[in-house]
Unconditional design. Structure first.
Length: 298
């Protein structure tokens, strides 16, 4: 359920297995993260180990508890996997979704109602995504390039606006001191920070980068065939991950990482480059280096 795991899952599938499935997983992951953050701040519910010292925190989380983000993402992502791959993956997906939710309760970071709400929201997102995917994609690919880029940027700004709006709605509420002290006693290494805005710009930036790459692909600009010899797929993945690491970690060392306007702008730019690398720039380099064939269909 971590950011690094889903980053690896999305890239290996998109670059080396199935571009359609990789895109579906990547996009629904970002939508899930945005919706999860919105509801977490709106509901501002504590985690079990924040309010009861008898709860042993086998893991630690700095964000609010409800809904469970792991459960929400598991339902939407593995549900999308099952919906795309069909019968072969149905029961493994169900097992992962169930075990993910149960593990969050066991670890002391969620109540049962957090997990159930996460499953419900994730399931609703999955249904909406599957139902509207074809008409939205058809609309998007028939736009001129400049309007496709504008749609990508506009949707990212909507994510930012929704995140900022929910923080404004709850601005009169303050984090109880008892939650802070109880959580810190349970896990001194991980202070809670549930009112951090970084996640809003992380998700929206990655979304813009990915959808800007899709805007170029929709016009027939670039793209690769994910199939090919095993050696080429491995080299593709290693090269792609190396470039991703340079952008992800390298820019983190260069750009300011402060909780203010400048810091958030640079975070948006950094994650936009991450998303753009994954969907468009890395595949272009694969083709140029002969590690993949150019795609044969739009």
């Amino acid at each position: 359920g971590t950011e690094y795991f889903y980053m690896l899952l999305t890239t290996v599938i998109y670059w080396c297995v199935d571009t359609t499935l990789g895109l579906r997983i990547g996009l629904i992951l970002l939508v899930s993260d945005s919706v999860k953050s919105f509801f977490k701040v709106l509901l501002h519910s504590p985690r079990p180990y924040w309010i009861d010292p008898r709860v042993q925190a086998l893991a630690a989380e700095s964000s609010f508890g409800m809904p469970s983000g792991h459960s929400l993402s598991a339902m939407s992502i593995w549900g999308m996997f099952a919906a795309t791959v069909k019968r072969k993956s149905f029961w493994p997906a169900v097992l992962i979704i169930l075990l993910m939710g149960i593990s969050r309760i066991y670890l002391g970071v969620h109540f049962l109602h957090d997990v159930v709400l996460g499953w419900l929201i994730g399931g609703l997102l999955l249904v909406i995504f599957v139902y509207f995917e074809k008409p939205v994609v058809d609309w998007f690919i028939h736009l001129p390039l400049e309007l496709r880029i504008a749609a990508a940027y506009g949707s990212a700004i909507l994510m930012v606006a929704a995140g900022m709006a929910v923080f404004a709605i709850t601005s009169a509420w303050s984090l109880p001191d008892s939650w802070i002290s109880t959580a810190l006693a349970a896990n001194p290494a991980e202070p809670i920070d549930p009112l951090n805005l970084e996640g809003v710009f992380t998700v929206s930036g990655t979304w813009f980068g990915m959808t800007a790459g899709l805007a170029l692909l929709a016009g027939g600009n670039g793209g690769h065939d994910p199939h090919g010899p095993t050696r080429s797929r491995i080299l593709r993945f290693l090269l792609g991950i190396a470039g991703l690491g340079i952008i992800y970690f390298g820019l983190n060392l260069i750009f300011p990482d402060t909780p203010d306007f400048i810091g958030y702008v640079f975070r948006f730019v950094r994650y936009s480059l991450v998303g753009f690398w994954v969907t468009w720039l890395a595949p272009l380099i694969f083709v140029k280096l002969g590690l993949a064939q150019p795609r044969t269909a739009v």
